[in-house]
Write a protein that binds this ligand. Structure first.
Ligand SMILES: C[S@@+](CC[C@H](N)C(=O)[O-])C[C@H]1O[C@@H](n2cnc3c(N)ncnc32)[C@H](O)[C@@H]1O
Length: 292
């Protein structure tokens, strides 16, 4: 389907970065400002366009693997930050009927993306915006795709956590997100793809009643999607054996003591409450009694 488009070997960006001494296997940040680096790429010859990442397009196999990993469907709104010639947004529109927006700072890429969308007959599903991805509004996305660099992903990270709705999926071609560990990693040939699910913010102390009239309390600490914490039942210390967060869905498993059966609560974060999801013994929504 991309026969009209120019392709590059998929590992090219990584090879270029390795040549420049950037170690992608090292999660620590490179001190070198990418804007200072100078190497050949496919980017605009307009000297006034400053790119944080050169234009190296994802190949078709990777594009499809990214869409599969994102589990993208027709109700999604896809944003590709640094969209290049628009191939990810166009592929999602063509194959999954997905609305999409591509953002690129290079006007030449945006012109190509519009042309490609029109050639593919999906212009009614997509839009392309010329702008800086570090400043653009992507809050309406339900899926975000990235083929940038660790350093740029990390710059985007606080905005993605604050501005995207819980449950939004982020898929990155080749590059990681610092200490925000991916929920899923998948290899596609020699390339790693990473997926994160934006977690709801639920740190704090929560309390709720069960159908057997017991009062449960948990104190949760949160680092991205990772939770740790303590539990009490009717004011007495209990065991929080598991606390898992996926988007806005929270599963807590609590035991009165080591010899008691484990009781599982499945809750959905809604505004300021944790509301019972199907099939558990929660009688009231959990309310936050102390914020962390
Ligand atoms: C590696 S290419 C990825 C293209 C496309 N997402 C894909 O996977 O085929 C990175 C793209 O980011 C764009 N870019 C670099 N810095 C940018 C910035 N600050 N704001 C918006 N786009 C940027 C480049 O013009 C380039 O098209």
């Amino acid at each position: 389907m991309y026969k009209e488009l120019a392709f590059n070997h998929d590992d090219e960006l990584i090879d270029e970065l390795r040549d420049l001494g950037y170690n992608i296997d090292d999660d620590s940040l490179s001190d070198r400002g990418f804007r200072d680096l100078d190497f050949a790429d496919y980017s605009s010859d307009q000297s006034d366009v400053v790119l944080d990442v050169p234009f190296i397009p994802s190949d078709e196999k990777i594009v499809n693997a990214m869409l599969d990993l994102a589990e993208i469907h027709s109700k999604d709104v896809l944003y590709d930050l640094g969209c290049g010639d628009g191939r990810i947004v166009v592929a999602a529109a063509l194959e999954r009927n997905t609305h999409g927006v591509g953002i690129d700072i290079d006007p030449m890429r945006i012109a190509e993306a519009f042309e490609y969308a029109s050639y593919s007959g999906v212009e009614y599903l997509v839009n392309f915006i010329e702008g800086d991805l570090l400043e653009a509004d992507f809050s309406q996305a339900t899926v975000v795709t990235l083929y940038l660099l660790d350093l740029v992903n990390i710059q985007l990270r606080p905005r993605m956590l604050d501005e995207l709705r819980p449950g939004t999926r982020i898929v990155s071609h080749a590059f990681n997100m610092g200490d925000w560990k991916a929920d899923q990693r998948q290899s596609c040939g020699s390339v790693n793809l990473y997926k994160w699910i934006v977690p709801a913010k639920i740190a704090g102390t929560w309390e709720w009643q069960t159908t057997s009239n017991e009062t449960y309390r948990v104190e949760l600490k949160q680092k991205y999607q990772q939770l740790t914490g303590l539990a009490w039942i009717n004011g007495k210390p209990a065991e929080l054996t598991s606390a898992l967060l996926r988007g806005s869905l929270l599963e807590l498993i609590v035991k009165k003591d080591t010899s008691s059966p484990a009781i599982s609560f499945l809750m959905r974060c809604e505004a300021t409450q944790l509301v019972a999801a199907e099939g558990n013994q929660q009688a009231t929504p959990a309310v936050k009694i102390i914020s962390n």
